[in-house]
Design a protein around this ligand. Structure first.
Ligand code: NOJ
Length: 778
């Protein structure tokens, strides 16, 4: 057995998380014996400057650097006189704030920055954070949609665009990428991540970090990135927001942590904790994952921020008695900056002065924060990101529209295309476009788009109107939402008003083809948007069925921030296009795909279930001891299944069609027996057998047939985007190294074990073309 890399911990060798965490000293009365130690930051070019600054800082000023406040007033207006805003204002002037979030725009940022730089004793500039999740003003598709492109260059470019616009607006730091792996479509924040797979998720994490941060953090068109939410938030029990996460060690090491590790290796400058507990310990106070793994084993040299108020929420969780104890525990665990709990600014001084918290931990936190400020160039010029001309030129720049349109087209997944209903003919057709979302310029912007203006997406209707050779009629069918549409309120759906149905049915009867745009509203996914039902909301399913009765040539265009359970549509509707929420250029992207000016190539980054009862459902599951019906047809009971629905998903991970077809054959290895440590060369022939030029995401999966822990039935270990002209054939090569052939044991050791492996190559996670090899000697 070869050990390549190990997460093994100094204090936690071969202990479970629970046992290890039990070593955390919970008392807040004394300085604990096993006080965690700050590790020296290696290769810090700013070390001397930081040391000299630290030496003149008061404890109050140090605590200030560790304090982040949310934006609170029109900063360019008069100073607030009372309440919370007045307190924050005073703290800014007194050097008791190191960062702000959600202040944006050159004028606003300049106003707070001046307050701090010119009025506080040391004038240490703020670092300004913001949720640039899928763009700033010009919006890219939601991150889950981008993941469907499997195109790392496009994803990186999309992050660059968001970074440039945000930085030009005075922002230094984005709270993205969210790299939480999630298998549960009930959880509303799956829209914000890279899907269910740690391998794809790791590639995406690295691409996004590189896109946001660029080559040089001091470039005024880049921002520092954040890997969030460390860790386990995507496994919220039952998909309910903010819920606990129960994760075994194998899942933690093999599924949850790899994308974080990839972000760290890509140089991400900050990590954010989450709201969840992990094995009953809030991650914001979790020494095991923050201090031991992240800062210890991985040697992370940036800083860690809490999630919004997650330090004080440790009191509500029932983990600590009060905010003072919460502060102590968060700092001991390794949280360097407090987002809007007020805990650090209120409690750090007393804790240190009373001898309950080691000031060295405070110094370490401040050092990390200052280092990132130096890297951003803020310490040399606090106003370097504040240039009105640059802001006017960069924010909303036409080149950014091109980039997000490109990303949007690449994100679309063709789920079904019977009778070659798509692409649509460009001339002489009567097309009925039906559905409230078809005419919507707001919902397609998706969730998390604080800096963009409402109603600025190109709607599908507008996109389709550009194709003038056909006769296009639009019918709403039914209003989707009743009342306000906002990030801050719940979305209420119309469940009763069907008065628009007859007109929609009539339009369908008179059309050659019907395009229906149905799905979730953009504010139905995102933070705080868990669902127990994955159907089409409101009266949309009924509308779909009525229209289909009138005209069988229906193309269903889905808008959604998560996998939906669309079993009826999958059974009946001839063509289905997964168009997520595609951001500013939505309508142009959808129209270009529907009309065949862009041949879709997206592949699902999350499994689509047949119904919600199958959730969580994911491709890289393990075999049970009884995975198959031992005697099919005899209605046997004693095997792993549901009585009412088959085990398979509606659409598997990695699935997606093209207007052309691809054939895979001649899957070969360079050997069938390999030494330990030897690379495995895999090749396959791919042929474009259809009538269009097209792009295929060639996917390679392995199965390690038996191991010291049970291995998944498949694991993605390689993929390549291949463009082929119609009729063209190409041999595609992959190399499997130790990085792909091993796994983490329950003790966090990375091992490659000898034995038999299967290799599958195909266009999705259930394709059956396979070969196998032996590794080492058993
Ligand atoms: C809470 C969210 O969980 C986090 O992802 C986000 O960055 C912060 N709020 C700041 O908006």
């Amino acid at each position: 057995m070869k050990i390549k890399f190990s997460y093994l911990l100094l204090f936690c060798t071969s202990l479970s998380i629970t046992a290890c965490s039990a070593q955390q000293n919970k008392t807040d009365d004394i300085m604990p014996q096993n006080e965690p130690k700050a590790v020296a930051l290696h290769n810090d070019p700013y070390a001397k400057k930081i040391d000299s600054l630290l030496s003149i800082m008061t404890l109050e000023e140090k605590a200030g650097q560790m304090n982040q406040y949310n934006g609170f007033w029109e900063v360019t207006g008069p100073a607030p006189k009372d309440g919370d805003a007045a307190l924050k204002y005073e703290h800014l002037r007194n050097g008791r704030v190191g960062s702000m979030l959600t202040v944006r725009g050159v004028d606003q940022v300049r106003a707070v920055q001046e307050l701090v730089v010119e009025e506080s004793r040391l004038g240490i500039p703020l670092i300004i954070g913001f949720d640039v999740i899928h763009g700033y003003k010009t919006l890219s598709p939601i991150p889950l949609a981008e993941a469907a492109s499997w195109d790392m260059d496009a994803i990186k470019r999309s992050a660059e665009v968001g970074a440039a616009e945000a930085a030009a607006s005075g922002i230094n730091w984005t709270f993205a990428p969210m790299v939480d792996v999630s298998r549960d479509a009930r959880w509303g924040r799956v829209m914000e991540g890279g899907g269910e797979d740690p391998y794809l998720g790791s590639k995406i994490a690295a691409a996004r970090v590189k896109g946001f941060q660029g080559e040089d953090l001091s470039d005024p068109l880049t921002v520092a990135a954040t890997a969030k939410h460390f860790a386990g938030y995507g496994f919220a029990e039952a998909g309910r927001e903010y819920n606990k996460a129960d994760i075994g060690n194998s899942t933690l090491y093999n599924i949850i942590l790899p994308p974080f590790r990839a972000a760290e290796e890509a140089g991400v400058r900050t990590f954010m904790t989450g709201f969840n507990t992990l094995d009953e310990i809030p991650v914001t106070g979790n020494e095991f994952i923050l201090r031991d793994i992240l800062k210890g084993k991985w040697g992370f040299d940036g800083f860690v921020i809490s999630d919004y108020a997650s330090i004080e929420e440790m009191v509500t969780h029932g983990f600590v008695r009060d905010e003072k104890m919460a502060t102590k525990q968060a700092i001991r665990a390794g949280v360097d900056m407090d987002m809007e709990s007020y805990s650090y600014v209120n409690e750090i001084m007393a804790l240190v002065e009373e001898g309950k918290l080691d000031e060295a931990l405070v110094d370490d936190a401040v050092r990390r924060i200052l280092r990132v400020k130096y890297e951003l160039g803020l310490m040399d010029d606090p106003y370097k990101y504040l240039d009105k001309e640059r802001e006017a030129e960069v924010v909303g720049n036409p080149a950014h529209h091109e980039a997000v349109l490109d990303m949007a087209k690449k994100s679309i997944v063709l789920l079904k295309n019977e009778r070659n209903l798509l692409p649509l003919k460009k001339n002489g057709q009567k097309i009925a476009l039906i559905g409230d979302l078809a005419d919507d310029k707001n919902s397609p912007l998706g969730s998390w788009r604080i800096a963009s203006d409402d109603n600025t997406a190109v709607s599908v209707l507008e996109g389709m109107q550009k194709y003038e050779g056909n006769e296009l009629t639009f019918e709403q069918g039914a209003q989707l939402v009743v009342g306000e549409e906002s990030f801050l309120t719940e979305v209420n759906f119309n469940t009763t008003d069907k008065s628009g149905f007859p007109a929609a049915v009539e339009a369908a009867k008179n059309a050659d083809v019907v395009v229906m745009v149905l799905g979730e509203h953009g504010f139905q996914s995102g933070e705080g948007r868990s669902r127990t039902n994955l159907d089409l909301p409101g009266v949309q399913q009924e509308l779909l069925e009525k229209v289909y009765e009138a005209n069988k040539n229906v193309v269903l265009v889905l808008n959604n921030g998560r996998p939906l359970a669309i079993d009826w549509a999958a059974e009946n509707i001839p063509a289905i296009v997964e168009a997520w929420q595609l951001g500013t250029e939505t309508g142009n992207a959808v129209a270009q795909v529907l009309y065949g000016d862009y041949n879709p190539s997206g592949k699902l980054p999350m499994t689509f279930p047949r119904n919600i009862g199958q959730t969580p459902i994911y491709y890289n599951h393990q075999n049970t001891g009884r995975p198959e019906d031992p005697a099919p047809g005899e209605e046997r009971v004693w095997w792993s299944h549901y009585m009412d629905v088959e085990n398979t998903p509606l659409y598997p991970f990695g699935y997606g069609l093209s207007y052309t077809t691809f054939n895979y054959d001649n899957l070969k290895l360079n050997k069938d027996q390999y030494e330990m440590g030897e690379d495995v060369q895999v090749s396959v022939d791919l042929t474009n057998t259809g009538n269009y030029d097209g792009k295929e995401v060639v996917q390679l999966y392995i199965r390690d047939l038996y191991g010291s822990t049970v291995r998944p039935v498949r694991e993605l270990k390689g993929f390549e985007l291949v463009n082929l002209k119609k009729g063209e054939k190409r041999t595609i090569n992959f190399t499997l190294t130790e990085d792909e052939l091993g796994f983490y044991t329950n003790d966090g050791e990375y091992v490659v074990e000898p034995g038999e492996f299967e290799v599958f190559v195909g266009g999705n996670s259930v394709e059956t073309l396979k070969t196998s090899f032996m590794l080492g000697e058993e």
